[in-house]
Design a protein around this ligand. Structure first.
Ligand code: NAD
Ligand code: DAU
Length: 347
């Protein structure tokens, strides 16, 4: 069995690729290497000669039907897990083009290829954001979707297509809707890595609005274990919420980071609120729990170990924070291309 992991050089996808390679399964990663894709996230595999035989990397776009088909056929892919997406809400507010291209059109391309090639499982990685905001209580999988920003709308669009391919073409799709992930290797534009690294550098922490928005935090390894669990135990045509039930306001998590790093609260700067900012996300994950999955990492331990990771891996995030705009044109990009050619199949 070969598993195709799209977006496997990103935050969650790279953790999932590591998990599957550790289980000695054959993994092929397809990733466009956008600003968020980082081959260093896969070092644990590519720098280990015991793991490398289980791994292949293709640089490419999930919207490229010819390439996706070639990979699925040549690698004998039986499972697709689609992590590839443009994933940052603020970017989607500035310009949603690539969100529609990758999240909607790209998912369509993968579903078409899965349909034509008898793929045995298709996990569509979605998000709790598709439900929209909820003042009290928690969303169940059967609730109506009401995405409220271009990113979450693009993810809801992808879900609609995935579900249609199950109903119409019997592509064995499972949809996984998880809450906010945190952990090592998260691109430092998202709340946790941005605030941890800013605090380490004594820079301001830009809290949007009053900071009383609520997010539900899940360690990335717990999310990956849930997705892996669904590969075995999920039912095609079904959707599953994934959460560990760690709801927290943004200002609470900001203070937690500052306390842990022993930095002053004067670093907090309340800035203009995000447009259309969802106030609270909350999902009920009793469906997956009733099948037997449960998270392993407590919020307290997870946050502590995550902060520790950013302390000991300054090189990883510093390169990103100082060189984002050089990546495509500068030296870093050349280096990345050279490194890539040392273990990819070519595309
Ligand atoms: P990320 O931005 O860190 O990684 C996305 C990866 O997809 C990158 O490696 C990027 O290069 C790749 N990619 C983008 N466009 C592509 C394309 N057209 N073709 C091939 N590859 C492409 O994202 P993440 O935070 O790891 O999120 C992964 C998935 O999980 C996304 O689908 C996201 O919607 C979903 N999700 C994320 C969270 C979270 O808290 N981060 C929570 C719920 C769901
Ligand atoms: O809920 C799941 C979603 O979580 C995923 O689908 C998305 O891919 C992922 O990016 C994340 O979306 P959020 O918008 O919740 O995450 P973000 O880290 O951007 O913001 C978390 C909260 O913190 C949100 O209320 C906005 C706020 N925030 C964020 C940033 C970057 C700030 O107050 N200041 C900031 O600088």
């Amino acid at each position: 069995m070969t598993i195709l992991i799209t977006g496997g050089a990103g935050f969650i996808g790279s953790h999932f690729a590591r998990l599957k390679v550790k289980q000695q399964e054959k993994v092929v990663v397809l990733d466009k290497l956008t600003y968020a894709g980082n081959l260093e996230n896969l070092d644990e595999i590519t720098k280990d000669s015991n793991k490398l035989p289980y791994f292949k990397f293709h640089k490419g776009d999930i919207c490229n039907k010819h390439l996706v088909e070639k990979i699925v056929k040549e690698e004998d892919v039986s499972v697709i897990v689609n992590f590839a997406a443009d994933s940052h809400v603020d970017r989607s507010i500035m310009n949603a083009d690539s969100f529609i291209d990758t999240d909607v059109k790209g998912t369509y391309t993968l579903l078409e290829t899965a349909k034509e090639n008898n793929v045995k499982r298709f996990i569509q990685i979605s998000t709790d954001e598709v439900y929209g905001s909820i003042a009290s209580g928690s969303f169940k999988e059967s609730d109506v979707l009401y995405p409220r920003n271009p990113y979450s709308a693009s993810k809801a669009g992808a879900e609609m297509l995935a579900n249609a391919y199950w109903v119409t073409h019997k592509v064995p799709v499972i949809i996984a809707r998880s809450c906010n992930n945190y952990g090592p290797n998260q691109y430092p534009e998202k709340l946790l890595p941005l605030f941890i690294t800013n605090a380490m550098e004594d820079k301001e922490l830009p809290v949007y609005g009053d900071g009383k928005q609520i997010r539900d935090w899940l360690h990335v390894e717990d999310n990956c274990s849930a997705i892996d669990f669904l590969l075995e135990n999920g039912k095609p045509g079904e959707t599953y919420n994934i959460s560990a039930g760690n709801e927290c306001t943004n200002i609470e998590i900001t203070n937690l980071i500052l306390n842990e790093l022993k930095k002053p609260s004067s670093l907090i700067k309340h800035v203009k609120d995000r447009v259309g900012h969802d106030r609270r996300y909350s999902i009920d994950c009793s469906k997956i729990r009733s099948l037997g999955w449960e998270p392993n990492i407590t919020f307290e331990d997870g946050i502590k170990s995550t902060i520790k990771w950013y302390i000991t891996n300054k090189d990883w995030w510093n390169k990103i924070k100082t060189g984002e705009f050089l990546k495509y044109y500068g030296k870093q990009y050349e280096e990345r291309e050279t490194k890539l050619s040392s273990y990819c199949l070519g595309s």
